[in-house]
Write a protein that binds this ligand. Structure first.
Ligand SMILES: Cc1ncc(COP(=O)(O)O)c(C=O)c1O
Length: 412
């Protein structure tokens, strides 16, 4: 069964407002929230908005809701409860993580980073490695395609490699990297692996256990949920990293890498989106024996729907003489070509084109999207940037038709 987009859209309250008529293409910036997220957040604020984990009922219930949310995410991602960390954003999660990793590095050690990353997944780590006296080795994208070649990683790693960090999918190039195979290359030399899943997770929640990295991060506010960053740190590494929180919480694994302290309501509501996923699984007759199975089945539905939606757009942009499409022009092979479609207009600035598109009713934007190094690597001025149309599973075929018609007019 194909994804029932009408059912999907009925689960997003925004589509019951006048904004239902907007063609929204800034999903990679931040997605709409599903009903289940909003209900969980509202419930917490009405019924349990007190300091959690104390003995009195409202507090105890609040703490239970927070634990429930963490447990649901652990089940969905195939990891343990204590391995799921919530922080205010992925940027702060990587910042704290990098500071913890820094203490484990020494001169002579090597850290592999890419220039395909959003700055959040590379800047803090590069700084921490430099301060520790370690050597940074950069795994670079192909300047034409923007893709990372796995054989280059195999050449870069060696006995001194301690950490390898790369994106599951770039927020500009849109092509999924083979996390499982790349993790195996890094693990073979004993390196730890950090994966930025922010641009991948909106298109299917990952099976972190199966993929195998030591750290996997994504931003819940881009996955139909609350404004939090979720970071999985597997036990092997979590036990090794020095505590970044209060000294007396050293033994509490869910506090060691999140010194900011929790946003109780958002943490409790973070799991609401998994109820949405289960509702989708039931509606489409693909519910599995476990939450993890249902997450996988729904991920397939999302990706099939996205491929169908994005294909005409990718083909149109690839053929247009006044446009440079970034990333692959079609889905091929088992890895997902995420419908995060960035392109450079050749006859006007990215900002001019985006402004025209907005005038034609398309909600879209331009810039470097903090993927500064990616644009540099592609030979594009990061200060000028590109236009990015990012679709997700709730995007409608009508939205895409309006985008294509508007592009036709704005590029003429
Ligand atoms: C690929 C990627 N990584 C990391 C981030 C940073 O996430 P956050 O906004 O939660 O700090 C973003 C944000 O846009 C992103 O697109």
């Amino acid at each position: 069964m194909d994804l029932d987009v009408n059912y999907v859209r009925s689960q997003f309250p925004v589509f019951a407002t006048s904004r239902n008529t907007e063609a929204f293409f800034e999903n990679a910036g931040g997605s709409y929230a599903c009903r289940q997220t909003i209900t969980a957040l509202t419930d917490f604020y009405i019924n349990t908005k007190v300091q959690p984990y104390a003995q009195y009922p409202a507090s105890a219930l609040g703490g239970q809701a927070m634990d429930h949310s963490r447990r649901r995410w652990a089940d969905a991602l195939g990891v343990d409860f204590s391995e799921v960390q919530f922080g205010p954003s992925t940027s702060i999660n990587t910042y704290v993580l990098a500071n913890a990793v820094k203490a484990t590095l020494k001169p002579g050690d090597e850290v592999v980073v890419t220039n395909q990353d959003h700055e959040a997944n590379t800047g803090a780590l590069r700084r921490a490695a430099t301060e520790a006296g370690a050597t940074i080795r950069e795994w670079r994208i192909d300047p034409e395609t923007g893709l990372l070649d796995p054989s280059d990683l195999a050449d870069l790693v060696g006995d001194n490699t301690k950490v390898v960090s790369f994106p599951h999918c770039s927020n500009i190039v849109g092509q999924e990297n083979d996390v499982k195979a790349l993790t195996a290359i890094a693990h073979a030399v004993g390196a730890r692996v950090i994966v930025d899943g922010v641009s991948y997770a909106p298109h299917g929640f990952p099976d972190v256990a199966d993929l195998g990295p030591d750290v996997y991060l994504f931003s819940l506010y881009k996955t139909y949920s609350v404004h939090q960053g979720l970071m999985v740190v597997r036990r092997g590494l979590l036990d090794e990293l020095p505590n970044q929180g209060h000294f007396f919480n050293e033994g509490l694994l869910t506090k060691r890498l999140t010194p900011a302290g929790p946003d109780h309501a958002q943490e409790a509501a973070a799991g609401g989106v998994l109820d949405y996923v289960e509702d989708l699984a039931v509606h489409h007759g693909v519910a599995g024996a476990s939450l993890r199975d249902s997450v996988a089945a729904v991920g397939h539905l999302w990706q099939e729907a996205e491929d169908r939606l994005a294909q005409p757009l990718l083909a149109w942009l690839a053929d247009h003489p006044e446009v440079r499409l970034i990333g692959p022009s079609r889905q091929s092979g088992p890895l997902h070509r995420a419908p995060t479609v960035a392109f450079l207009p050749l006859n006007q600035s990215a900002s001019e084109l985006a402004t025209k598109l907005v005038g034609l009713g398309v909600q879209i934007s331009s810039g470097n999207f903090y993927a500064y190094r990616v644009l540099e690597g592609l030979g594009i001025d990061p200060e000028q940037g590109v236009v990015r149309a990012s679709l997700v599973h709730y995007t409608s075929a009508d939205d895409v038709a309006l985008l294509l018609a508007s592009l036709d007019q704005a590029l003429a």
